[in-house]
Design a protein around this ligand. Structure first.
Ligand code: FMN
Ligand code: SF4
Ligand code: SF4
Length: 236
């Protein structure tokens, strides 16, 4: 892994960590970001763990890693949105998605004053059985993630536009003869499959029949800008 030696020079009084839950825990990229934070810093740290209904012990994992650095996670919130893990299916019916967006808007209204007033709020978590079982599965799968791209393939609709390469935060895709090739340093963010304008990328056998999805407020330029932002896990 690439570790950044010089910690970030953070000027603000409060720091928010907003990230998706991946395989019931923190994505690699978030752990790498924690390495960039200064140690023993007494700012107000808060977190929003975006997920599709199973936050499990993700915010507890974050609190533990932060404690090791002398940082305090003062509040942590479970933000449930439509699922984007396409190997297991599409994002669900439009009506259900809208329900989740409305619930999240209400929740954000309740969270905002907690953060604005820098209040303490214990990190939200899933039921105990999930926290135990899924944290175990997270640990088992964590080191497998970079090679999970072996199940990607591309169909005849690919026109070589290169968008998949641009949205990849891990610089894991190169184009060979105009077609994407995955290089086994994947973060499983699934941006490549979700953003391909031709729906030409597939994962395993089932994705040809699943709808592509990304949050409706996110535009291609946002995701490309995000992919260019460090840290770049496992990249040069
Ligand atoms: C690799 C991967 C693993 C995921 N694991 C979980 C999970 O363990 N629990 C969960 O509730 N959602 C999980 N999700 C779903 C996402 O967390 C959720 O759909 C996403 O945060 C929605 O964010 P967006 O609105 O920014 O697209 C996973 C998604 C991906 C891509
Ligand atoms: S984004 Fe899709 S169409 Fe464009 S190069 Fe990648 S696979 Fe091909
Ligand atoms: S875009 Fe995400 S899922 Fe696709 S190769 Fe890059 S890291 Fe892996």
């Amino acid at each position: 892994m690439t570790h950044v030696e010089v910690p970030l020079d953070i000027k603000s009084e409060a720091v928010g960590l907003v990230f998706p839950v991946h395989i019931w825990g923190l994505p690699h990229r978030v752990i790498e970001f924690l390495h960039m934070l200064p140690e023993d810093d007494n700012k107000y740290y808060f977190a929003l763990a975006v997920n599709a209904g199973q936050v499990a012990a993700t915010l507890l994992q974050l609190r533990k890693l932060m404690t090791r650095k002398g940082l305090k996670l003062s509040s942590g919130f479970d933000i449930m949105l439509p699922g984007n893990y396409i190997p297991w299916g599409g994002p669900g019916p439009e009506e259900k998605r809208q329900e989740r967006f409305s619930m999240v808007k209400e929740k954000i209204k309740a969270i905002a004053p907690v953060i604005a007033n820098q209040k303490e709020k214990a990190p939200e978590k899933g039921p105990l059985w999930q926290n135990i079982l899924f944290s175990g599965l997270y640990k088992l799968s964590f080191n497998q993630v970079p090679k999970m791209d072996k199940d990607f393939w591309v169909d005849e609709r690919c026109d070589g536009c290169g968008i998949c390469q641009k949205v990849c935060p891990a610089r894991n895709i190169i184009l060979e003869s105009g077609m994407p090739v995955w290089n086994h340093r994947c973060e499983q963010c699934l941006a490549c499959i979700q953003w391909c304008p031709k729906t030409a990328i597939q994962y395993g056998k089932k994705t040809p029949k699943y709808e592509r999805y990304h949050h409706p407020d996110v535009q291609l330029k946002d995701i490309i800008a995000c992919a260019k932002t460090p840290p770049h896990y496992n990249s040069d």
